[in-house]
Each structure stands twice: as C-alpha cells, then as structure tokens.
Write a protein that binds this ligand. Structure first.
Ligand SMILES: [Zn+2]
Length: 458
C-alpha cells in the first residue's frame, strides 16, 4: 500500500501540469445522524450512490444509534451504499443529553477520557460490526467538542479528528493536537453550497475556487465541505425539534422534523451535485477521505533538529512543525512519541533566581521518568519541597547553559493564544442548555496545546 502510494505520488509529481502546482486535497464529508426521520435514510443512500457513480469517495461520519436504526429498519441497501465510502464516527446518540461537552465539562483529563470511552464506545463497536472497519475519524455533535476525547480516540485506533469548531486551530489548515490529525477550524477553506437557493450556486463555486487557490498559495493544503444527509430530507434539524436548549424527552415523545417537498428535494440534489461536479472539474484537486489524508502529511513523530528545542526559552510554542511537547521531550533526551499535555496547571513556588545544579538534574530525571510512565507531561517538577510549573521548567531547561547553578526562566505560554476564548460563544449550540459556558474545557484545551503543531504536507 505504501509503495503504491509512493509510486502514485511520484507519477503524479512527474506530470508537469501538476508538478508546478502544490497539492490541494478536498474532503467531502457527511454527518449521518438523524435516527428519527426515515427519509434521511433514503437521502444517505442516494447521496452515497450519486457520489459513487461520479467516482467521488466521501466520508460518512455515522452516529451509533443511526446505524442500529438502519439495521432495525432492514435498510441493508443503505448500509451497502455507505460502505462504498469511508466510514467515520459521530458519537453514539449525538444530541440526547448529556452531550459530550456537557458531561466532560465536569471532568478532568484522565477521568474524562475514561468517561468518553464508556459512553461512546458502543456506537463505535456497532460501526465496526456493520462495516467491518474501525472508523477512520471522529467529530463531535454540534460544537460539543472536548479535549478529553482525543485520548480515547487514539486508544480506539482512530487517527483523524474531522469536524468544525473554534476551540482550537492553526492558521486555517490541518494540525496535530492530542496526537490526532485535526481537520478542523479551516476558516474560508470550509465551503458549502446552499441547497435551497439556485442564485447562490455561482458564489459557492467562486468561494470554492478561492479556497483552492488560497491553499495552493500556501504551498498546498486542505479544503473541505460538509453536510448532513438529513438536509436533503427535512427543512429543520431532527435534534433541534426534540432536544433544544437541554430538553430531553423520552423516545415515545420524539417528534419528526418538517419534511422537504419533492420539488425542494430535487432542487437540493441538483444544486449539490452541480457543486460536486465543479469540484471534480477543478484542475489538480485531489479528492480524498479521512482514511487517506494522514498519508499525505509528514509523520507526526520525528526528532527535531538540534538547536530548535532551545527556542522554548524565549516562548513556548510550536516551531518548524514541532510542538512544544516534542521540543521538551528532545531537551529531556527522550524519543519522539505521542504524549498528552498536563492534566492540571501547576504553579511555581521556587522563589530564588537560581537553582542548584544537583536539584535541577534530579527534577529533570524525574520529569523524564513521569513522562515515560504516564505518556503525558507533568504539571510541574519538584525541587525539594518547592516546585517549578511545567512552563517555567521547560523554559529554564531550554535556556540552561549546562554549568553552575541554573538560571530560572519564566515560560511564556504562546501556544495558548491558539485556543478559542469565550466558552459561551464557542459552545453556543441550540442543543446545549442556554447559557452553557464550559470555561473548564477551554482551560483543558490550553493545557493540551503543548501538543499542538501545524501538519506539514509531504
Ligand atoms: Zn452532527
């Protein structure tokens, strides 16, 4: 597989028309989630089949309960049509409360990861049973994003987080975060065509072309488009009708959403497929799935060039595609590997300007031992009965000249600027309770930003 891919890349870059142009990849994905309105089953089937006819492989992120309902309704035809595409995961119940951000806002990193796994893994197993593959990716319902999910997803063998949101990002292109390749927060590189207004189609095509051009201008990149099959079946969302602002009615009380007329349905397919045909005709654009996309990026774990880790002394951030965690591991003499950020924010209680060499060396060994054992960064290091926060420890280590007493440096947490602010805004979703503002999740996102770095194309 790798060799075939290498050959394809070789052949592809050998063609002059492509060779001059940096690669641009397009991901088309569908959150396949409506387990109430049966018309959305037909929509999923028709979309999958129309795309297959056109040779376009999309990614369908499927809700566990949606897959079970398809099975109960005897819709093996829908499952078969979907199986021709890539299969991703989109939670077990999507909008039945508590949604992921609701239950994870009350939890820490490790207990939260365990709770996410406990609540969500039944749906993952359903998809594995029905499709015979581990889903390629995960994405949260609505904007119910939480960093604890990363640990569980990695453990399940998923490599990609694909969705949209404002909680974390890197320059509107894919990035590595919590050990996963994130296709997330791509700004203007996220383009959709309106399914209801034909007069807006040309504008959507122009926006698509501009996004491709922008990605190419950056030396290559990713553009994505997402929908929900249910958008072709109904005029309102199945979950807004039932689970709005924290409502949680019993199943017997669930109501069906308003359906499209046959005319508006036909128009929605026509507009969408014309948009897809426009993408297909875009010169040099590669249409890929979430399963394929990691292969187009440089490996996640590599050793940074010597000298680079010392940049942490001036500011804690990713440099040249290496995360602050990567650089810290290198300073500690450790092999490149996935680690999580600290579970808590530590405080510095060491008051002097210098640290005796022997005490600092002990702290350094202890930090490396902790990381080896826990596969996560400690929140600080002990110097006898006092402490350095992880940030101050990393900056001090990076600035250490290696002789005499060690000069203490304050760590500047530059990477935290890449985390969204204002939880009320970031989590404003019609399904969350009104006023839901989980600042704790943005704080946890900042702690995990030690692992944040841009993903570089091969
Ligand atoms: Zn969804």
């Amino acid at each position: 597989m790798k060799n075939v891919l290498a050959l394809m890349v070789l052949l592809w870059t050998a063609v002059p028309a492509y060779g001059q142009n940096p690669p641009v990849y397009w991901l088309l994905w569908f959150d396949t989630e409506d387990y109430i309105e049966p018309g959305s089953d037909d929509a999923a089937k028709r979309l999958a089949e129309e795309l297959t006819k056109r040779g376009v492989k999309a990614t369908f992120k499927i809700v566990g309960e949606k897959a079970r309902v398809l099975e109960q309704r005897g819709r093996t035809d829908v499952l078969r049509a979907l199986a021709a595409h890539d299969i991703g995961y989109h939670t077990d119940f999507h909008s039945v409360h508590p949604a992921p951000a609701e239950y994870l806002s009350e939890m820490g990193l490790i207990d939260g990861a365990a709770e996410f796994a406990r609540r969500e893994q039944a749906g993952l197993r359903t998809l594995e049973r029905l499709f015979g593959v581990t889903p390629s990716c995960y994405g949260q319902p609505g904007n119910s994003w939480a960093p604890q999910a990363n640990l569980a997803l990695r453990q399940w063998g998923l490599r990609v987080y694909m969705d949209d949101g404002g909680q974390v990002g890197w320059d509107q292109q894919p990035f590595w975060y919590g050990g996963l390749l994130y296709i997330f927060n791509l700004g203007p590189h996220t383009v959709r065509a309106d399914l209801n207004d034909p007069s807006k189609l040309d504008e959507a095509k122009r926006k698509f072309d501009a996004a491709v051009e922008s990605a190419r201008h950056r030396g290559g990149g990713v553009v994505h488009t997402y929908y929900h099959p249910t958008e072709w079946a109904t005029t309102e969302f199945w979950d807004g009708v039932n689970f709005k602002w924290g409502a949680n009615p019993e199943r017997s009380e669930w109501k069906g959403p308003q359906k499209r007329t046959p005319e508006s349905m036909a128009q929605a397919y026509r507009l969408f497929l014309e948009f897809v045909d426009h993408a297909r005709a875009t010169p040099g654009l590669r249409i890929v799935t979430a399963r394929e996309i990691p292969e187009y990026f440089l490996p996640r774990d590599a050793a940074p060039p010597s000298g680079l880790p010392r940049k942490l002394a001036d500011g804690l951030d990713a440099y040249d595609g290496f995360s602050a965690a990567d650089l810290l591991l290198s300073l500690l003499g450790m092999e490149p590997q996935v680690v999580d950020g600290p579970a808590r924010r530590g405080e510095t209680t060491w008051a002097e300007a210098r640290i005796p060499r022997a005490a600092f060396e002990r702290a350094r060994k202890d930090a490396a031992a902790f990381i080896s054992k826990e596969k996560r960064l400690p929140d600080g290091v002990w110097l006898g009965s006092r402490r350095l926060s992880l940030a101050d420890f990393a900056a001090t280590l990076a600035g250490d000249e290696g002789s005499g007493a060690v000069q203490v440096r304050k760590g500047k947490l530059e990477f935290e600027k890449r985390i969204g602010t204002n939880a009320a805004k970031q989590y404003n979703w019609v399904i969350h309770p009104q006023g839901f503002a989980p600042e704790s999740l943005l704080e946890m996102a900042k702690l995990q930003a030690w692992t944040l770095k841009p993903a570089k194309l091969r």
